[in-house]
Write a protein that binds this ligand. Structure first.
Ligand SMILES: NC(=O)c1ccc[n+]([C@@H]2O[C@H](COP(=O)([O-])OP(=O)(O)OC[C@H]3O[C@@H](n4cnc5c(N)ncnc54)[C@H](O)[C@@H]3O)[C@@H](O)[C@H]2O)c1
Length: 354
């Protein structure tokens, strides 16, 4: 960490120069308190390309960044199956680590990562960015404040084209975990954030070799709420997401494809109207069919950039200025729901979460 014009500036090494590495690099550039000092990638050309956009040093050798005493944060944007080894290596080098979701492919790996970071005295953040999307923040606020009354049902959907990452790693379930672990985990984390623990899940999934993957999960929360979670990597595009949350006093709906994406209807609304409210305009976008890459959700409420706010909050946490809204244990709990849903999809049986 250094100081620039009175501001403490974190020197960051981004590990992985793919889709998320690029998104994170853009956020550090827009922040006052983070500078990308290194871009690490096994492909030097990709590291050079990204590093040139942010004045960083490109390297294929992680040690070059991990041994630099000025670097205090490592931002892991590698494929999921590499999260454990890279997070632990960074932690053992004394660096704080922000790691993309999902935390890992197994709870054993995830817990080992948390233990290693604790033992090394460094902070670990898992980038469950949905918690920073203003529409989901609004929904959670309306749920937890009681504005929607007693919640009965929740429908969550997240659909897009099949992601195409480096070496087609998303297509290998052993490396990505498939749609339930990679994509629907956003919605599982949201459910837990709003309603607490899950009682049981029942999932069905189809997959073919094109590849296409679609999953539908019924989640029963311990507090009685019933949720449907749809995740699709079989949609022609663009990437989109929706929710509908119904309570005894009202309903909040969101659809990233609509020009007026957010609507709220409550029985008694402030001001005595019919309770309709709209969010910002614009539509979510992602990669359409045929474009290589991974669809990255974009909030249509663009004035509150979720990825930037997520990164800034992690840096503030590193400086000891705040408690993060996503604890590593939250990421483990979301992973456990994904794994339970995956087990249910494989066996065709309801999986109880105790
Ligand atoms: N939060 C979100 O909205 C969101 C969206 C998409 C992906 N993700 C997650 O982000 C992570 C990265 O996904 P992505 O789509 O950016 O992947 P990607 O395939 O686009 O990029 C991965 C990069 O890692 C590099 N790489 C692979 N093996 C390496 C190694 N051993 N050493 C150094 N570099 C190596 C590749 O060359 C590539 O540049 C995944 O965990 C994914 O689930 C999160």
């Amino acid at each position: 960490m250094t100081r620039e014009r009175g501001v403490r500036v974190h020197k960051v090494a981004i590990w992985g120069a793919g889709t998320m590495g690029r998104v994170h690099a853009g956020c550090y550039q827009r922040s006052e308190e983070g500078r990308v000092a290194y871009v690490i990638d096994q492909d030097l050309g990709k590291a050079q390309e990204l590093a040139s956009t942010c004045g960083a040093l490109p390297t294929t050798d992680p040690e070059a960044a991990l041994t630099d005493p000025e670097v205090d944060v490592v931002d892991v944007c590698l494929p999921t199956y590499l999260h454990r080894e890279s997070v632990e290596q960074a932690a053992r080098s004394g660096k704080h680590v922000l790691c993309e979701k999902p935390v890992a492919l197994s709870t054993e790996d995830a817990k080992a990562m948390i233990d290693t970071c604790r033992a090394c005295g460094v902070k670990l953040g898992i980038a469950h960015v949905l918690r920073y999307f203003p529409e989901y923040e609004t929904a959670r606020h309306m749920i937890t404040s009681g504005e929607l009354g007693h919640i009965g049902t929740v429908r969550l959907s997240r659909v897009g084209p099949f992601p195409r990452g480096w070496a087609d790693w998303y297509a290998d379930e052993g490396r990505s975990g498939g749609v339930l672990l990679d994509l629907s985990i956003h919605d599982f984390d949201f459910l837990r954030w709003c309603f607490g623990p899950v009682d049981h899940v029942y999932a069905r999934k189809v997959r073919n070799d094109r590849p296409l993957e679609y999953a539908l999960v019924v989640v029963r929360m311990k507090n009685g709420v019933i949720a449907h979670v749809e995740g699709s990597w079989a949609h022609p595009g663009p990437f989109s997401y929706r929710f509908e949350i119904c309570g005894s006093s009202g309903m909040i709906e969101y659809d990233s494809l609509k020009s007026r994406p957010l609507s709220v209807a409550t029985a008694v609304s402030p001001g005595g109207g019919n309770g309709e409210a709209a969010g910002g305009s614009g539509s979510g976008s992602g990669d359409g069919g045929g474009t290589p890459g991974v669809a990255v959700p974009e909030s249509p409420l663009r004035d509150r950039e979720p990825y930037l706010r997520e990164i800034r909050e992690f840096l503030a946490y590193v400086r000891g200025e705040c408690t993060p809204r996503v604890l590593p244990e939250d990421a483990v709990a979301a992973l456990e729901i994904s794994l339970a849903a995956t087990r249910s999809a494989c066996t065709g049986k309801v999986v109880s979460m105790g």
